[in-house]
Design a binder for this molecule. Structure first.
Ligand SMILES: Cc1ncc(COP(=O)(O)O)c(C=O)c1O
Length: 376
């Protein structure tokens, strides 16, 4: 039985047959999200290279390519291996500072099937790649990862990036093709500051690329990427590609940007009320082994329960999700089912073996999340 306060925002029909906890995905919303971003990329003339860390699912990568994506982005070599072998992807950017000779040997093997572009943010890493490529008589495309304000990995934009570019082009068996940034500082910014942050990051990238070209270095690619900034940064003239990831599903964190509503959230965690130990407390069958623990600025607790904005998932133990209920709450009886929008969908997907596709309120398919756990 579905919680009685039914909402038009639920994607499962009351009589849908689903064993919980389960990650379910609305086919209709998934297709709409993919089509919207593909249309935007087309309208700006920027290539779309979605980050697959959000879905880790070969069938979804294929949908993104069919909608016009020029390739994909991965963080880890293991993700790229799955996507090349199972989704037939032919162009992959590894947007992560990969370190380790054995990982580059795996990439050399993958390069028989796909073009690989590797991100680098240090001369040490570039030398390691150059050394491994020379050993295997191979050549690798690389892109410098630039820090435009997220302050994670990446070389500061401007002078430091230009200097690294000049060093990299001297190394054998490397081909510098571009620069890339993740303007992830937009994720935690107040919604009315996202556009400004995105445009500044985009302009700093384009200026840096121009300065590198002025050194006589050919640099075709200027790549940006983040879902909250996705509709802004690519508008900066000179940006050539975009790499949003979360847009494919959206999540509770995306609700606060003001660009999306619950009806744009393709992925839901379906859970059953397994205990109602007190008037003001219910327990769901989803804990930290199925719902990632990340906080969200959009809503208190560990996810948004669709149709129940005042119910808060205050605590997750491994298999228990403890929900604090408002006074007089009649729903949340043992056996009731709820749909939870996870705070952060990407690590939640990584906890599951498969996702269930929902069409017209019912599960019609199960797709393996084949790259889950591929962290090496
Ligand atoms: C390097 C890189 N590019 C692109 C993205 C996609 O950003 P988002 O998750 O906001 O869509 C991420 C996300 O973590 C990232 O790390």
């Amino acid at each position: 039985m579905v919680a009685t306060a039914q909402s038009a925002e639920l994607i499962l029909a009351p009589n849908a047959d689903v064993e919980t906890p389960a990650l379910v995905v609305s086919e209709e919303i998934l297709h709409a999200n993919i089509a919207r971003m593909a249309a935007f990329a087309r309208s700006t003339g920027v290539g779309l290279r979605p980050h697959i860390k959000t879905h880790k699912t070969p069938k979804i990568a294929r949908l993104q390519l069919a909608a016009g994506a020029i390739g994909i982005t991965c963080a880890k070599v293991g993700e790229a291996e799955v996507m090349v072998r199972e989704a037939g992807v032919q162009d992959v950017l590894i947007a992560y500072p990969t370190v380790g000779a054995s990982k580059y040997e795996r990439l050399v093997a993958l390069m028989d099937h796909a073009r690989i572009i590797q991100a680098v943010d240090s001369l040490a890493a570039a030398k390691l790649i150059s050394h491994t490529m020379t050993k295997f008589d191979a050549h690798m495309d690389v892109a410098i990862e630039v820090n435009t304000g997220q302050n994670r990995s990446g070389v500061p934009y401007g002078k430091d990036t230009i200097e690294l570019a000049k060093e990299i082009v001297r190394l054998p068996n490397l081909h510098l093709v571009g620069i890339m940034t993740h303007e992830g500082q937009a994720n935690s910014a107040p919604p009315d500051e996202i556009e400004g942050i995105a445009m500044t990051a985009g302009r700093n990238m384009v200026e840096t690329a121009g300065a590198i070209r002025a050194e006589g270095i050919d640099l075709p690619m200027v790549s940006v990427g983040s879902s909250p900034a996705a509709f802004y940064t690519p508008r900066v003239e000179g940006v050539t590609e975009m790499r949003p990831g979360t847009y494919v599903f959206n999540d509770n964190s995306a609700l606060r940007y003001g660009q999306f509503a619950v009806g744009d959230m393709a992925a839901r965690f379906v859970a059953t009320v397994v205990s109602r130990p007190a008037e003001d407390r219910a327990v769901l069958d989803t804990g930290s082994k199925s719902l990632a623990m990340d906080p969200s600025k959009a809503h208190p607790g560990h996810g948004y329960i669709v149709g129940h904005p005042e119910a808060v998932i205050v605590k997750l133990s491994e298999e228990h999700g403890v929900v604090e209920l408002p006074a007089g709450e009649d729903d949340f009886n043992v056996g009731d089912r709820v749909e939870v929008i996870p705070n952060h969908i990407c690590p939640t997907v990584n906890l599951m073996d498969e996702l269930f596709i929902v069409r017209d309120g019912h599960i019609v398919d199960a797709w393996p999340i084949a790259a889950r756990g591929k962290v090496r």
